[in-house]
Design a protein around this ligand. Sequence first.
Ligand code: 5GP
Length: 237
Amino acid sequence: MSGILFIISAPSGSGKSTIVNQLRSLVSRLEFSVSWTTRGPRGSEQESREYHFTTRDHFEEMIRNGEFLEYADVFGNYYGTALSTLKEAFAQDKDVLLDIDVQGASQVRAKMPDAVSIFLMPPTPEILATRLRNRSRAEGSVREEDIDRRLAKARQEIENYRDYGYILVNDILDRAVEEMAAIVAAERIRHGNDPGAGGADRERVLRIAHNCRQANSEARIRPVLQAFGVPVPAAKG
Ligand code: 5GP
């Protein structure tokens, strides 16, 4: 397999789907992997567009048949990435973006150490709670215990940020989208497979991506970690 594998993880409600959708219109040759799940469709979701929806029996059969690159149980439902999705995209000379949780990301990293992983953080627990409430309201019901459960899960997931190569904070949507696009472009340049690598944008995307590297984003993520009560690394210098 020759393409680049990008992974994005974020706590539920961080605005990841919005960013990923905007990225679709900005970046070519990037395939968005459609996962399999045993949860039911939400809102306007359609079969094979957001997910391949299936039963637990079928999902477990796929596990037994070794059809998944990774799978995980998230909020009581199975979610998984089929190997065939990756193979098809790479065969067409495309890079692939996986939108998967932290458990799936660690399975993929173990199998494919060259994968480029990006963690998206919500700016504060308050903003995350508001987004989760709005989404639940749009779907018909707000259960405070669900919101609390998701906030606690968000905190746990954020603790895994050190395993990711790049960190984004979704405080300004356009900026987060621009940073995502810059990371894809910079990695393509690094892998030597960007046809437009000599363009005027080259220095700009390399600089933006460089600033999003985990090692360089300490000052930006420190207040987010503090707000979520996640231990903060000692300040440098
Ligand atoms: P949602 O139900 O809100 O669409 O997704 C819940 C969580 O499952 C999100 O964190 C999402 O990234 C994760 N997820 C979606 N597809 C996959 C997958 O194929 N594998 C894993 N491990 N997680 C997934």
